[in-house]
Design a protein around this ligand. Structure first.
Ligand code: CMC
Length: 389
C-alpha cells in the first residue's frame, strides 16, 4: 500500500475556510441563486409561493413530498398536521420548568430532545418512520414555540385548535388572542420564507448528524443548536437589538462610523451565497414599514433604512446587502413578540427544510466525513508526566 504523505490531502483539493464552495450532495429541494437574488423551492420561486394562497402548509407539503398538492391533498395534509399539533404533558412540564431560566432556543432544543425520548420508535431509522416524525415535528414546532413564549412570561399554556390553520393557531397559542387576518397572512409568509435555504449551517449540521444513521430527533437538535448562533438564525434578534441600541435615526451615521472603527460586523447584512439583494429581505422590507407604522415603531424602520443605505454604500461593492434577518425583527416586534423569540420563530418552518433534506439524503446515505489539513507536529518526543517541568 502506498504510504500517505503527511500534511497533504490525497487527491487535489482546494481548501477554503468554512467549506466555501464545497459540494455536499445533489439535491432537488431548493436553489439559492446568489448572483441574481432568487430563492427557489423545488422549481417554484418564493415570491410565487408567498402570493399563491396555499399558505405555509402548501410549502411544507411541497418540500416534504416534492410536488405541489391538489386541493384535496392539501386539505388532508392540513387535517393531519392539525391532529399532530398537540404536545405531550412531559414536554409542557419541561417547558414550564426551564423556559425562564434559559434562552428559548435552548428550551426548544431540550424539548425536541425530550420528544425523542418519549417516542418508542425513536431509533427506527427508515424513510417511513422519519417522514412520520418530520410531519409530527412540523406540526408541533408552533405549539412548542408558543408554549415557550407563554411559559417564560409566566402565562398558562394554550392548547392547539384543530379548526385553525397553522399560522393562525401559532399566533393564537402565543398571544392568547385571535390575530387579525393581515397578521396571520404576514406570519404565514414569514414561515414560507424561512422554510428552506440550501446547504446552510443548520441544515448541514442536521444532515451530518443524520448521516451516522442516528435518530431523527438528534439530527433536528443539532440543527436547532446551529441555527441559534448569531452568524445564522440568531442574527434576527441581534439585528433588532442593534436598531434599539442606535435608538434615534439621527445617530445611525455615528453608530455605523463607530462600528466600522471597531471592525464589527453589522448584523443582518451579508451572506455566503447572496452577492445580490437577498430576495427574502426584499419581500420583508415593505411589510416592516407597514407593521412599524401600525405599532408606532417607525423610528426602528427609519433606522433600518438609514443603516441599509450606509452599509450598502460602503460594502455593496463587496456584495454585502441586507439579508433575511434585517427586517424580520421589526415585524415580529410590531406583533408584540419578545425579541428572544425571533430565532425560535425562524425554527418553526425550518423544520420542514431540515426534514426534507434529511429524507432526501437517507436512501443514498453515506457518512459525512471530511478531513482537516493537519498542521501540528508529527514527531514530538513523549515525556512521562513525572518528568515534565
Ligand atoms: N458587516 C460588515 N462586514 C461584513 C459583514 C457584515 N455583516 N458580512 C461580511 N462582511 C465582510 C467581512 O468583514 C469580510 O471582509 P474582508 O474580506 O475585508 O475581511 C467579507 O465581508 C467576507 O465576510 P465573511 O465573514 O468571510 O463572509 P462569510 O461568507 O463567511 O459570512 C455571514 C457570511 C452571513 C456569516 C456574514 O456575512 C455575517 O457574519 N453577517 C452578519 C450575521 C448575519 O446577519 N447572519 C445572518 C445570515 S442570513 C440568515 C441565515 O440564513 O442564517
Amino acid at each position: 500500500m502506498a504510504e500517505e504523505k503527511p500534511r497533504q490531502f490525497v487527491g487535489s483539493v482546494e481548501f477554503k475556510k468554512g467549506l466555501e464552495g464545497a459540494i455536499t450532495n445533489e439535491s432537488a429541494i431548493s436553489y439559492v441563486d446568489g448572483a441574481n437574488g432568487k430563492l427557489i423551492y423545488r422549481g417554484y420561486s418564493i415570491d410565487d409561493l408567498c402570493a399563491g394562497g396555499g399558505g405555509y402548509e402548501e410549502t411544507a407539503y411541497l418540500l416534504l413530498n416534492g410536488n405541489l398538492p391538489t386541493q384535496a391533498e392539501l386539505d388532508l395534509f392540513n387535517a393531519d398536521l392539525a391532529l399532530r399539533r398537540s404536545i405531550p404533558q412531559e414536554a409542557k412540564d419541561l417547558i414550564v420548568q426551564i423556559a425562564n431560566k434559559c434562552h428559548p432556543m435552548s428550551t426548544l432544543r431540550t424539548a425536541v430532545s425530550l420528544l425523542g425520548c418519549l417516542n418508542p420508535r425513536e431509533f427506527e431509522v427508515t424513510v417511513e418512520n422519519d417522514y412520520d416524525i418530520a410531519l409530527t415535528l412540523t406540526a408541533q414546532f408552533p405549539t412548542l414555540v408558543a408554549a415557550i413564549q407563554r411559559a417564560r412570561r409566566g402565562e398558562f399554556l394554550i392548547e392547539p385548535d384543530v379548526t385553525k390553520g397553522l399560522s393562525e393557531d401559532f399566533l393564537r397559542m402565543m398571544t392568547g388572542e385571535t390575530p387579525d387576518a393581515r397578521t396571520v397572512e404576514v406570519m404565514d409568509m414569514a414561515l414560507i420564507i424561512h422554510a428552506e435555504h440550501g446547504m446552510n449551517a443548520s441544515t448541514f449540521s442536521s444532515m451530518v448528524t443524520n448521516s451516522s444513521l442516528t435518530d431523527f430527533y438528534s439530527s433536528i437538535v443539532a440543527g436547532i443548536g446551529s441555527l441559534k448562533g448569531p452568524l445564522h438564525g440568531g442574527a434576527n434578534e441581534a439585528t433588532l437589538r442593534t436598531f434599539q441600541e442606535i435608538g434615534d435615526p439621527a445617530t445611525t451615521e455615528d453608530w455605523f462610523a463607530a462600528a466600522k472603527e471597531k471592525k464589527v460586523k453589522v448584523m443582518g447584512f451579508g451572506h455566503r451565497v447572496y452577492k445580490a439583494y437577498d430576495p427574502r429581505a426584499r419581500l420583508f422590507d415593505p411589510i416592516a414599514r407597514e407593521f412599524a407604522e401600525r405599532a408606532g415603531t417607525s423610528h426602528l424602520y427609519e433606522i433600518a433604512k438609514k443603516l441599509e443605505a450606509l452599509v450598502v454604500a460602503d460594502l455593496g461593492g463587496k456584495g454585502i446587502f441586507p439579508n433575511v434577518d434585517f427586517f424580520s425583527g421589526i415585524i415580529y416586534d410590531a406583533m408584540g413578540i419578545d425579541t428572544d423569540m425571533f430565532t425560535p420563530i425562524f425554527a418553526v418552518p425550518r423544520i420542514a427544510g431540515w426534514s426534507a433534506r434529511i429524507l432526501e439524503y437517507l436512501p443514498e446515505n453515506r457518512l459525512f466525513r471530511p478531513r482537516a489539513v493537519y498542521i501540528g507536529d508529527l514527531e514530538s518526543q513523549y515525556t512521562p508526566i513525572a518528568e515534565r517541568g
